[in-house]
Design a protein around this ligand. Structure first.
Ligand code: NDP
Length: 298
């Protein structure tokens, strides 16, 4: 019987995960199909119950459900509990287990960005959604000492800081209001800037003015494309990377959880590149696209 893995989100059309995961199943001759399920929040509990059926290997969960799904599953792993967000579901017999592989994906991206330099100890994070939670937890695990989170709606970043109160007890984790002058002043004091907002995804806007970007800054944009922020950063002489590696490695970690096999990274990277060349630009969590339910590869 063909096994099924589904991406549940709203919307999900144009997700890059479908191309990447289907290519991996096909390359390893695993009889499985990656499906995209567009489910609004009200239909989420029913969709999660459906996953208990024997034909499912598991699921990916994306915008806007990563936090909402937590109480609907039976057990959460350390990363899922720590972040309060689930992006991958597996089976443990009849029980559903929630994982957060965005954390592992982010850690690979961070290591690559830092390269041979010393790991910084301070960071400015823009955004306080599901992606930001994985980033902040990754920074805590990487022994950062000061992390400042800016979000358009301050209450959300304050909630994020409260959520991490215990795991960040040894360090300074603060939410600050989204004011250009405060953001600029914090960027001037830090070595690492991470954009975990969706600014730049569907428009050519940047979350920060180009003048705020100084040459020694490391810049990571979770968005999987050459955003204005990344272009400005490169023009200023910063080291800058997009969200490709994070997307690839969160997907590879999910694949291994579902199949028990190492992910064919090269195949997945090629499939991502091909999907991108074909005009698909969305990273996980893109709030755009139409609302059709499609089967990957169909
Ligand atoms: P969420 O919807 O959970 O969060 C969106 C964030 O963007 C919030 O902080 C929101 O602020 C902010 N935002 C959106 N529009 C604006 C705006 N006009 N001005 C200021 N802030 C804005 O999404 P995710 O956290 O899941 O994803 C965020 C981004 O990260 C997306 O672009 C997604 O593609 C990318 N991502 C990439 C991954 C990868 O593997 N490369 C993995 C996960 C995410 P507010 O709370 O105030 O609305």
């Amino acid at each position: 019987m063909t096994k099924r893995v589904v991406l549940i989100g709203h919307p999900v059309a144009h997700s890059l995960s479908g191309a990447m995961q289907q290519a991996a199943f096909d390359a390893l001759k695993i009889d499985a199909r990656y499906e995209l399920w567009d489910r609004p929040p009200i239909e989420l509990p029913e969709a999660i119950e459906e996953l208990r059926g024997g034909d499912f290997l598991g699921a990916n969960i994306t915008i806007p459900h990563k936090e909402r799904v937590v109480p609907m599953i039976d057990r959460s792993t350390e990363e899922a509990t720590a972040t309060g967000a689930v992006n991958t579901i597996t089976h443990e017999g009849p029980r559903l287990v929630g994982h957060n592989t965005d954390v592992a994906g982010f850690e690979v991206a961070l290591d690559k960005l830092v390269g041979r330099q010393k790991m910084p100890r301070t960071a400015v994070v823009l955004g306080a959604g599901g992606g930001s939670r994985a980033v902040v937890y990754g920074l805590i695990r990487a022994a950062f000492q000061r992390v400042i989170v800016f979000n358009r709606h301050l209450h959300r970043s304050e909630g994020l800081v409260r959520h991490f109160a215990r795991s960040a007890a040894h360090m300074e984790l603060r939410a600050m209001p989204w004011h250009e002058s405060i953001i600029e002043s914090e960027i001037a004091k830090t070595k690492l800037l991470i954009n975990a907002t969706s600014i730049g995804l569907t428009s050519d806007a940047s979350p920060v003015p180009a003048e705020a970007l100084l040459p020694e800054l490391l810049v990571l944009d979770l968005i999987y494309k050459q955003t204005r922020l990344l272009r400005d950063a490169e023009a200023a002489g910063c080291t800058a990377r997009d969200g490709e590696l994070m997307l690839l490695h969160q997907g590879a970690a999910s694949f291994s959880l579902w199949t028990g096999q190492p992910a064919p990274l090269e195949v997945m990277a090629d499939a991502l590149a091909a999907a991108r060349a074909g005009g698909v630009v969305s990273a996980e969590g893109e709030p755009s696209g139409d609302r059709t339910t499609v089967v990957a590869g169909a």
